[in-house]
Design a protein. Structure first.
Length: 262
């Protein structure tokens, strides 16, 4: 039985982590499902990808039983396994469409890394997010230090990663690191609400904005201004801008269907 699968919903994809007996720990099936979703997201019809965990928990991260066996690998082998996770994070961040994490119950370790690689986060009330690698004598991977540092004050990042404490979904929402809270069992519905809004928007502009937002963290202000100038100069002449500006002037709702530029 597969431990993960993809639900193709026409204009959106849902990747289901389906290993509830292990609190949806990372698996080869989940890796492959994310890779397949990233490839499907290249199709013009796809407007978003959502990650969700079945059985009431998003993802508990790496299986420590498996990690124990990797201690015997040579360093090159250990690096290779970590790079497999990093390839998933790169695929999510580099995708032309927005990704949504529906965090049911909680996310831990590499599960938190995958969630925070996404563009939008919906978390269930009472969910807890942790990066407690330190409690096993380990250090974070999957870009978690960078993602948390971009989303939270440094003191809280230190609390989560150096002390290994969890933060509640409510606290993360207060800090602006979670887009929306949902009742337990309703995070996928909440994610689909965001997916609905994305599906009605200009796909090309959304993809370009995502690229600009991710680049801003590591780009100088001068270079970011240049990137914004170039993107704006391209977008203003495109079909999406023609529809959006025309709709504003005509006082009607824009129809961006079929006008994507990606």
């Amino acid at each position: 039985m597969s431990l993960a699968h993809i639900e193709d919903r026409g204009d959106r994809i849902v990747v289901v982590n389906d290993n509830p007996t292990r609190r949806n720990a990372l698996s080869e099936d989940f890796y492959r499902a994310i890779e397949d979703a990233a490839r499907l997201a290249l199709e013009p019809r796809i407007t978003s990808v959502t990650l969700w965990g079945a059985g009431g928990f998003f993802c508990s991260g790496g299986d420590l039983t498996l990690l124990a066996t990797r201690r015997e690998l040579p360093e090159a082998g250990r690096r290779e396994r970590i790079e497999a996770l990093h390839d998933l994070v790169r695929a999510i961040r580099g995708s032309a469409v927005p990704w949504i994490a529906a965090i049911e119950g909680g996310a831990a370790g590499a599960g938190a890394s995958l969630a925070f690689a996404c563009d939008f986060l919906v978390a269930s009330e009472g969910a807890r997010v942790s990066g407690a690698y330190v409690r096993a004598g380990l250090t974070p991977d999957g870009g978690l230090t960078a993602s948390l540092a971009a989303a939270l004050p440094r003191a809280l990042v230190s609390e989560m990663l150096i002390l290994g404490d969890a933060l509640s979904a409510e606290r993360l929402a207060e800090l602006g690191a979670v887009n929306a809270l949902a009742a337990p069992g309703a995070t996928l519905d909440g994610a689909m609400g965001i997916a609905d809004r994305l599906a009605r928007g200009p796909r090309g502009a959304q993809g370009t904005i995502k690229e600009l937002v991710h680049a801003a963290a590591t780009t100088s202000f001068a270079d970011q201004l240049d990137a914004e100038r170039d993107a704006m100069a391209r977008s203003i002449a495109g079909d999406e801008a023609g529809e959006g500006i025309g709709a504003f002037l005509d006082k009607r709702r824009p129809d961006f269907a079929g006008r994507g530029q990606r």
